[in-house]
Write a protein that binds this ligand. Structure first.
Ligand code: PSU
Ligand code: MN
Length: 303
């Protein structure tokens, strides 16, 4: 039996079979600048609630995994300097150390699955980094999603990554990808990454039916990725300039391992004239809304 701590709201939803949406916490602690991060985290949760689903923000506090955070707990994750970025491999170590940790897409997916939650909204997925031929830097998000029963709503992957290699990995790892009202794989800040998809879905209901079919066909061993493009993209000129200088700085400073992604996200936030933050907020709110609509539709289907 997993020893998770459920928030009151999530406890009640589980008892009543109400729709629940998992949310990650690394975006709060390491992906968004303070002090705005707390306000955004609350806004994400309220977006889910407004649509009739229950938000389950996942994080570790004093070594205990929380599925759904009370207000003071969300505050702690958003403001404490002692919050470590945790992927799946870190969880048990940090539990023993009674640490605070924010969970990545990989760790959040793992915990959500164990808690019986099937839909998860995030911003950008981790993937294969540029230069991975030399650095071997590939996000554990990919490998975890390969064996986790979860549907993740994201805005594609950032162009800080090697998008082509990431899409190839998604295919090799049997992770399904479906565009939301598009056949263009989105590039997080950009509506189109330049790579096309095979499938799209027209509505949250269609996506819920796909999740339902996964269960019926027994193909839910690996994750399904829903790629929901940003509505108003970052101007290409700003995007290309900041990307080039950010990648160059990361290399110059010798940033490696789990610090690469937070470094680049922070670089974007500080050098994009506010566009990176604006885009991140638009994206996570839009993904949370779509995930909530899907969760509501899924509960109706399973009735
Ligand atoms: N990409 C983003 N925003 C994020 C992240 C990635 O656009 O906040 C975070 C997510 O939590 C993701 C993690 O799971 O970074 C991936 O880190 P890494 O590349 O070290 O696996
Ligand atoms: Mn990495």
């Amino acid at each position: 039996m997993n020893s998770f701590n459920f928030s009151d709201e999530v406890k009640k939803a589980r008892k009543n079979g109400a729709p629940v949406v998992a949310l990650e916490s690394t975006i709060i602690s390491h992906g968004l600048p303070r002090p705005k991060n707390l306000e955004i985290a609350q806004e994400i949760e309220n977006t889910v609630r407004d649509i009739g689903a229950v938000p389950a923000t996942i994080a570790m506090l004093n070594g205990v995994v929380h599925v759904g955070l009370e207000e003071d707990e969300l505050l702690e994750i958003a403001t404490s300097d002692a919050v470590t970025k945790a992927s799946v491999r870190d969880l048990a170590i940090l539990a023993q150390k009674k640490s605070h940790a924010a969970t990545t897409v990989a760790a959040t997916s793992h915990i959500a699955q164990a808690a019986g939650i099937s839909i998860f909204a995030t911003g950008g997925l981790g993937g294969v980094h540029r230069g991975a031929r030399e650095t071997w830097d590939e996000s554990a998000d990919l490998y975890t999603l390969a064996h986790t029963d979860i549907t993740v709503v994201c805005a594609g992957v950032k162009s800080i990554l090697d998008v082509a290699a990431t899409l190839e990995r998604l295919e090799s790892l049997s992770i399904g990808v479906v565009g939301y009202r598009t056949l263009q794989f989105p590039g997080f800040y950009l509506r189109e990454s330049g790579f096309t998809l095979e499938y799209q879905a027209a509505s949250a209901k269609d996506l819920a039916e796909m999740i339902h079919a996964r269960k019926k066909l027994g193909t839910s061993g690996a994750a399904l990725l829903v790629a929901n493009p940003i509505e108003r993209e970052v101007p290409r000129e700003i995007h290309d300039r900041v990307l080039a200088s950010g990648l160059a700085q990361a290399e110059e400073k010798g940033i490696s391992g789990k610090y690469v992604t937070p470094f680049l996200l922070d670089y974007f936030h500080h050098n994009s004239e506010g566009e990176s933050l604006r885009a991140n907020i638009d994206i996570i709110l839009s993904n949370a809304a779509l995930a909530a609509e899907m969760a509501v539709a899924l509960v109706k289907l399973e009735d």
